[in-house]
Design a protein around this ligand. Sequence first.
Ligand SMILES: C[S@@+](CC[C@H](N)C(=O)[O-])C[C@H]1O[C@@H](n2cnc3c(N)ncnc32)[C@H](O)[C@@H]1O
Length: 391
Amino acid sequence: MDILEELQQLYLFKIDKVDKVDELDSRLWRGSFSGRESTLQQLSPYVGKMKSGMARALIKIFTEPNDIILDPFSGSGVVPLEALLANRIAFANDLSPYAYVLTRGKLEAPASEKVAIKNTLAILDEIIGFAPKITLSSVPQWVKEFYHPDTLRETLATFKVLMNKQNYFLMACLLGILHHVRPGFLSFPASHLVPYLRKAKYPVETFPWMYEYRDVKSRLVAKVKRAYKRTLIPDNWDSRNYKLWNTNSMQLPIDDNQIDAIISSPPYFGALDYARDNRLRLWFLGHKDWKKIDETLTANGKIYLPQMAICLKEIYRVLKPGKYCILVLGDVERNGKTKKTAEILSELAVNVTDGKLIIDKVYDDIIPDERRSRRRTTTTKFERILVMHKI
Ligand SMILES: C[S@@+](CC[C@H](N)C(=O)[O-])C[C@H]1O[C@@H](n2cnc3c(N)ncnc32)[C@H](O)[C@@H]1O
C-alpha cells in the first residue's frame, strides 16, 4: 500500500469525527480509484461521471450512517451507489431516461454474483426462440449500421424481455455492452462513450471478424461477471434503503426539511449534450428522439440560470436546517469565454434563498486527466467543490 492509499484508508475508515469543510483534501480521491472502486460503478459509461473516490470521500466527511443523501442530478448513479455502500439512505433523481435506468440498475444489483448469474441465465433462456421473430423494418438506418442483423434482433428481443420484467440491473449491463471496438461488445467497431462507428480505422476487408454475428448471451453473462469482480457490497445489502425518480429537479417529489445532505454534480453551463451522447442507448430504451430530451435538460445558456435558480430553491427547501449541500462543478470555456460555474451558482444560491444558504467554501481540485473535456468546449482545468449549508 503506498502512502496515498494509507492516507485514504486512515482518513476514510479510522477517524470517527472530522472537521468537515477544512478536511477537504484532493489527496483523498487521487490515484487510480477505477482500479479500486466497486465494479458496479462501471456498468455503463457516462459523460461527466463523478470520480467515485471523490463521492466516497464527500459522503464520509459530510454525512453519518443512515443519513438520507440526495443527488438531484444523479447521472450514472455514482453518488447514490456510494451512499448505499457506505450504509446511508440514497435518494436520486435525473431527468434523462438513460441515467434513470443506469442508476436504478446499480441500486437494484443482486447481492451476489451467484444470484445475478442465475437470474441472467433464466431470462436469457426465454429469449432464445423469440429473437428470430423480431422484424427490423421499423429500425432506422443509423441504428442498423451498428449491428449485424441477427445481433440486432437478439439485442432488441433481450431489451423487450428485460423491460417487461423490469429488470433494471440487466438492462444497465446490456446498455454497457452496446458499443465498443472490443469483442465482448455487440456492435461493429465503434467508440464506447459516444456512438461513433470506426469503420475507417477497422475496414471490413481487413477486419472481417469484427463484422460477424455476435451472440448476446455469452457477452451479457461475461458482463455480469465483470460487474461482480469487486462489488464491495455490504452484508446488509438486502435491507438497503433508496428512492429514485426520473423527473425535473425544478420540482422534487420530496417533503420540506427531509434531507441530511445533498451531494451532486449539476449540469455544466452549456457544456455537455447528455442525450445526444447517449442516443443509441436511449433508442434501445424506446426514446427515439434524443433531440427532444436534450431540449428538456438544463444546459444551454438561455435556460441554464433561470432553471438552476429554481433547482437551488428546491435543494434549499428539501434540506434539513444546519445540513450541507455539496456541488461538484466545472468551469466551462466556450467560444473563448470562461463560465465560472461555482461563482455563478453560489451567488444564485444566496439570492434565491435570501441568504439562507450559506457558502462555506469553494475548494479547487486540479484535474489531472482529460476525462471531462468535450468537443467544442475545453472544460475545466480544475473541478471545484462548492460547499454550502442551510441555516
Ligand atoms: C454532470 S451530470 C451528473 C453526473 C453524475 N454525478 C455521475 O457521476 O454520473 C448532470 C446530470 O444532470 C441531468 N439533468 C440536467 N438537467 C436536469 C434537470 N433539470 N433535472 C434533473 N436532471 C437534470 C443530466 O441528465 C445529467 O445526467
